[in-house]
Design a protein around this ligand. Structure first.
Ligand SMILES: Cc1cc2nc3c(=O)[nH]c(=O)nc-3n(C[C@H](O)[C@H](O)[C@H](O)COP(=O)(O)O)c2cc1C
Length: 165
């Protein structure tokens, strides 16, 4: 450990900063689909259009996805908690029973998501025990007038509801 900060305190304090929940998907060189639940998704630049996220350097799924040079960000709706936890587990069977379709670059688009951002990998830098991956947006879309979104707060999935007035 190279810092004085206790890991439990680090996790607990960061857990007080609510995040979006997305599943980053992609395929390895042989076409096998992979996906990871991600809370570190961020908008990076409008011109050029860039987005970013931070997968762990030991993430098996990210190390497979990055072989293709592409990834797809699937923004989860509030009713998709099952997908959040499914893609937060290690293992090979994450896509079992999921009726996904390929994005414009071949990455999996998950059913029922409220937004999709299809990217090519622009850069990837090691930052501590994570990569900071930046993607250049190739195509993007969202459902019309989504009224709820998934938020991760203090270790739990909560629903954010769009105000009616
Ligand atoms: C809400 C939520 C957000 C997460 N955000 C990240 C993240 O930003 N970066 C990361 O490396 N792991 C994150 N994880 C953990 C990964 O989803 C988990 O380690 C997963 O097993 C990685 O997939 P892999 O083992 O197939 O590589 C998050 C998990 C949850 C439930």
């Amino acid at each position: 450990m190279t810092s004085e900060i206790n890991p439990a305190l680090f996790r607990s304090v960061l857990g007080h900063a609510p995040t979006s929940v997305v599943v980053v998907t992609g395929c390895d060189a042989s076409g096998q689909p992979f996906g990871i639940t991600i809370g570190s998704f961020v908008s990076v630049s409008l011109d050029p259009p860039l987005v970013g996220f931070l997968p762990g350097t030991s993430s098996r799924s990210w190390n497979a996805i990055q072989e293709s040079g592409h990834f797809c960000v699937n923004i989860l709706g509030a009713d998709q908690e099952d997908l959040c936890w499914k893609f937060a587990k290690e293992g090979d069977d994450k896509f079992e029973g999921i009726n996904w379709t390929p994005s414009s670059t071949g990455s999996p688009v998950l059913p029922g998501v409220i937004g999709v951002i299809d990217c090519s990998i622009e850069s990837q830098d090691v930052v501590g025990d994570h990569y900071f991956v930046v993607g250049r947006v190739a195509q993007m879309s969202h459902v019309e007038n989504a009224d709820t979104a998934m938020v991760f707060f203090r270790g739990k999935v909560v629903s954010a509801t769009y105000p009616t007035a």
